[in-house]
Write a protein that binds this ligand. Structure first.
Ligand code: ADE
Ligand code: ZN
Length: 343
């Protein structure tokens, strides 16, 4: 619609997107062909075409929240197998940068899950080298600047998180922050206090996922907002359920913690009618919420632009959407401009 032009054209900052979650069926198919790999999905032993892959990714109909979650993680981690070479990592990142450049994304802080790669025998230099080349090219050719947030997988042992944290230190000039993602079931934030305290001491910013369709969601948000890294994280990823509890809203406001909201992703777990009012409540309370895509290739091809447009259906005005975009600038961890330019 003509009046979507404002949202389409405003400069954007994206703070919550998993680079592996941007692996589209097209790119996955291309990488599989190039590497001589079979493509599998769900119960089918082999997928024979890109169209079949796209259909499989979009046609499953999980019923319960648990089935939703299981289906998502199986599809998401299943796709990692196609990433082998430095060129593959470059293509993955470049595909994201090129796609969001068309939506006027000018800066992004992108998650990656190293444990899902090292566990398959991928060397750090292969992964980080590909990411770095794409980042450099995106800056010079697309005017899209970026930095990386290394996410630790909370469903794996805490020792594994610590090992990966230490192994990432040689790449710290590429990494602004440390995050926590993957399956949250029975994996509270404070299990990872040691590695996040170390990250804070080493000068990294910290953030953690508190997803929407989760048990103990309010306790997880409380831990992230008040205790992780000493006195709480710098950001919360998702955390929408804070809207249920006035004391959590107060806590987040008092510490002025930014939140990365990915509305499209929550439609798997909550109705449209529940989501809009929760976002509204946080926004009206004065919390700096931002709008992001999470895993666009696995969520109906909904990128940051579509997530912003969704808030319009929740009743956010163009002026408020400009505020959501401005929030992403102030909540970001971009360095201040210098004579040499930023980043
Ligand atoms: N890793 C990638 N996408 C995720 C999500 N939506 N929730 C938790 N971990 C993730
Ligand atoms: Zn996420």
């Amino acid at each position: 619609a003509a009046n979507d032009e404002f949202v389409r054209d405003i400069p954007k900052v994206e703070l919550h997107v998993h680079i592996e979650g941007t692996l589209t069926p097209e790119l996955r198919w291309k990488l599989a062909q190039r590497n001589g790999l079979k493509v599998k999905f769900g119960k089918s032993p082999e997928i024979h075409s890109m169209e079949e892959l796209r259909y499989a990714m979009n046609s499953a109909e999980p019923k319960t929240e648990d089935e939703e979650r299981e289906f998502f993680f199986e599809s998401y981690y299943g796709a990692f197998d196609t990433l082998k070479t430095k060129q593959d990592y470059f293509d993955l990142a470049m595909n994201y940068f090129e796609h969001v450049a068309t939506m006027n994304v000018r800066y992004c802080e992108v998650f990656f899950d190293p444990q899902g790669h090292t566990s398959r025998g991928i060397a750090w230099d292969v992964m980080m080298g590909g990411f770095q080349e794409a980042q450099t090219k995106a800056k010079s050719e697309l005017n899209v600047r970026s930095s990386w947030i290394m996410c630790l997988l909370r469903d794996l042992p805490t020792e594994d998180a610590m090992d990966h944290y230490k192994a990432a230190l040689p790449y710290r000039n590429m990494i602004t922050g440390i995050g926590l993602d993957s399956n949250e079931y029975h994996r509270p934030p404070l299990l990872f206090q040691e590695v996040f305290s170390l990250a804070r001491r080493d000068g990294f910013r910290i953030t953690m996922h508190c997803d929407v369709g989760q048990d103990n969601t309010h306790e997880h948000i409380r831990q992230v907002a008040s205790a992780i890294g000493g006195n709480g994280a710098d950001r919360i990823d998702h955390g929408l359920n804070a809207a249920d509890k006035p004391e959590l809203v107060d806590l987040i406001l008092k510490r002025d913690i930014g939140m990365t909201i990915c509305p499209w992703a929550y439609m798997r777990y909550q109705t449209y009618a529940e989501l809009g009012p929760k976002m509204r409540l946080l926004f009206d309370a004065g919390i700096r919420i931002t709008v992001n895509s999470d895993d666009p290739a696995f969520m109906d091809d909904a990128w940051i632009l579509h997530n912003l447009l969704l808030t319009k259906h929740f009743g956010f005005t163009d002026k408020e959407i400009a505020m959501l975009s401005r929030n992403a600038v102030t909540v970001s961890w971009a360095t201040q401009p210098t004579k040499e330019g930023i980043l």
